[in-house]
Design a protein around this ligand. Structure first.
Ligand code: SAM
Length: 383
């Protein structure tokens, strides 16, 4: 089957590697998407194990179209009763990037009409629309004159891992958090610290990566589980194998935040994620926090904008840089932020910059390396 995995801009290459690891063939890296080929087993595994995927789509038709009548005819050329019963439910998602079609809602509406009209003509009754929990989620993508019709095997977006009890302040997407941990090159054995951890997303994804188990809670449901061709025994075996881990001990995975309420949410999330005791939390302002022993990795997603409570955003980033310089020799640090001016205040040499998107915000993921003993040497040179 021709398949497509959607992702966030900047994570395409990593997703390509994740797909190769679950047996995907003929991988082609696109923009915010990776095309590949695979069978149903590959679809099941890609959903469960590719942390940087947002959706896994199965292509069922590609057409060239010029207007809404072409769209209607193209959708009607597919026999929909092989995927859906007349008394079942569907939803249509559409993405449109074309001079021929302006409104994605209209395209979704027209597609839905073409499908339900086919049922009415054939069976005298039609499936209903259910936007929240449909039996079949149809995905329409139009670029210029090219229409791609796909079945969405994921159902809910794959960033919904099932462990987020309540959202803290500006939580980062789970997909982005996993991508950052992978991009950072964290080796899964060294201390990992998030000094502004909020609801703990980066740390939870990191712990799942280190354990080598899916990021999802075991009860998370996927779209394909409702399909007629669903193979529960194959799925059961894939899950059983995926959730097994040989890793008995994790390195110190430490979260720090000065907000007590957010830390309570983080602890709840960790429990739901089945990681109780595997991530440590500490309530303190990072400015006064005494770090664990070097070496270590710091990954942080600080506030991007000035809020009343955080005061001067530039001063916050300067404080982070000062802390790194003073107390974190032998560590490496990564910061993701959309605030370029604030990032300049960190005041350390950046050894890598990666552009990523946090929702609509263009961000930089920047790396800083604090060499052990640098300060001492610098002082000796001065003397
Ligand atoms: C953007 S949020 C982090 C969100 C987190 N990545 C998540 O997924 O939930 C930034 C966090 O930094 C914390 N924070 C801000 N200034 C801090 C400081 N000086 N020391 C410790 N935590 C701080 C805030 O309380 C907030 O939880």
């Amino acid at each position: 089957m021709r398949l497509l995995a959607k992702t966030l801009e900047g994570l395409e290459e990593i997703l390509g590697d994740e797909l190769a690891a679950v047996g995907a063939q003929k991988i082609f890296i696109g923009k915010r998407a990776v095309e590949f080929e695979g069978d149903m087993m590959c679809v099941y595994k890609a959903n469960l194990q590719c942390r940087c995927a947002i959706r896994i789509l199965i292509s069922i038709g590609r057409f060239t179209i010029h207007n809404e009548n072409d769209l209607y005819r193209a959708v009607q050329s597919i026999s929909w009763d092989q995927y859906l019963g007349k008394d079942e439910t569907l939803a249509v998602d559409a993405t449109v990037n074309s001079d021929y079609f302006n409104h994605s809602k209209f395209v979704a509406y027209k597609t839905k009409d073409a499908i339900v009209d086919q049922f009415r003509d054939k069976f005298g009754s039609r499936p209903d629309v259910d936007l929240d929990d449909p039996k079949l989620r149809v995905n329409i993508h139009i670029r210029d004159r090219y229409l791609s019709v796909s079945l969405d095997s994921s159902g809910d977006s794959l960033h919904r891992r099932g462990y987020r009890a309540r959202a803290g302040e500006a939580p980062i997407s789970e997909v982005l958090a996993a991508g950052i941990v992978k991009l950072s090159g964290w080796d899964k054995n060294t201390t990992l610290l998030d000094p502004m951890c909020g609801s703990g997303t980066i740390l939870i994804e990191a712990a799942k990566i280190a354990l080598g188990v899916p990021s999802f809670t075991a009860d998370r449901k996927f779209g394909f589980e409702q399909w007629n061709n669903f193979k529960p025994s194959l799925w059961g075996k894939i899950k059983e194998y995926a959730y097994k881990t040989d890793v008995t001990e994790l390195p110190l995975i430490q979260g720090v935040d000065m907000d007590r309420r957010t830390l309570e949410i983080a602890k709840e999330n960790v429990d739901i994620a089945n990681l109780t005791g595997k991530i440590k939390f500490h309530e303190e302002n990072f400015e006064t926090y005494e770090p664990p022993a070097a070496p270590g990795f710091i990954i942080s997603n600080p506030p991007y904008e000035l809020r009343l409570r955080t005061g001067d955003i530039g001063a916050l980033y300067k404080m982070m840089g000062d802390q790194y310089k003073q107390k974190y020799g032998g560590w490496q640090a990564w910061i993701i932020s959309s605030n370029r001016d604030a990032l300049k205040q960190v005041g350390l040499r950046t050894s890598r910059k990666i552009i990523l998107f946090n929702g609509p915000l263009e961000c930089r993921l920047q790396k800083y390396e604090m060499y052990a003993g640098t300060r001492k040497k610098a002082k000796l040179n001065k003397d």
